[in-house]
Design a protein. Structure first.
Ligand SMILES: [Zn+2]
Length: 252
């Protein structure tokens, strides 16, 4: 039985039989790990508040080669999630982001870049809670990119020429872009140079920089809706954005 010590972010924890809990952890070195925390439901559990979702902790667990679940031995909180779950809007958004992260990431697939991205995004929300929507878009873009689900938006998928400043590149059925010279029909979904540049920014900037100079709200909303459909296609995960739909109905 191997002992593993690693930094991780608690994604979720739920009750198991008796006094135990299961914690779903995004580890820095071993991808997503599911751990049994024995006695975690007891008042004086050794895990304390270390299993609160979105806490960043140092964890030690025992791993048996034959078992999918590991046995959590201890957790030490590095950064509590207290300030991240301060509003219902943040809670709802994080519940969604955790869902798609778990849907996109195969179990125990070590991806240090994914860990760094999630960690940096959480730090950005701590600093700029008002920018939860832009940070969420950043998160969605990187999830697609790191999962290998993001087509190149630099070039037209038909003629292979740079899309450049093309004003309205069309979004194809596979979410690839088609330049205005190649598109056969007008109408359909298009992306402006400004909107494509926002996605470029997510590639080049840290989430903190991206959040401190957020793009126009309408563009963030449009792009996020498109990326949600891309994630849905890639993972089978679908979320009906009720708040967004309600907003649209009120305006009509
Ligand atoms: Zn073209």
């Amino acid at each position: 039985m191997a002992v593993v010590e690693t930094e991780c972010i608690v994604l979720r924890s739920y009750d198991l039989a008796d006094a135990d809990k299961i914690a779903v952890l995004l580890t820095a070195d071993h991808g997503i790990v599911r751990a049994v925390a024995k006695g975690a439901k007891r008042l004086k559990s050794k895990f304390g508040s270390g299993l609160e979702p979105l806490s960043r902790v140092n964890a030690a667990y025992f791993q048996k080669e034959t078992r999918e679940l590991v046995d959590l031995d201890k957790v030490e909180v590095i950064e509590s999630a207290f300030d991240l779950v301060s509003s219902p809007e943040l809670l709802t958004e994080f519940a969604y982001l955790i869902d798609i992260l778990i849907a996109c990431l195969p179990a125990e697939d070590p991806d240090p870049a994914m860990y760094r991205m999630v960690n940096a995004s959480l730090s950005a929300v701590r600093e700029h809670p008002e920018a939860i929507r832009p940070i969420s878009l950043y998160f969605e873009a990187w999830l697609l990119r790191l999962g290998g689900f993001f087509p190149s938006w630099e070039v037209c998928s038909i003629c292979d020429l740079a899309i450049g400043d093309d004003l309205d590149a069309q979004v194809g059925a596979e979410f690839q872009l088609i330049c205005s010279r190649c598109r056969k029909s007008s109408g359909g979904e298009t992306l402006t140079a400004i909107e494509r540049n926002i996605i470029q920014r997510t590639r080049k900037e840290s989430p903190m920089t991206f959040a401190s100079e957020p793009a126009a709200e309408d563009s963030i909303k449009k792009l996020s809706s498109l990326l949600k459909r891309m994630i849905g296609r890639a993972t089978g995960y679908e979320r009906v954005d009720r708040a967004l739909q309600a907003g649209v109905q009120i305006r009509r």
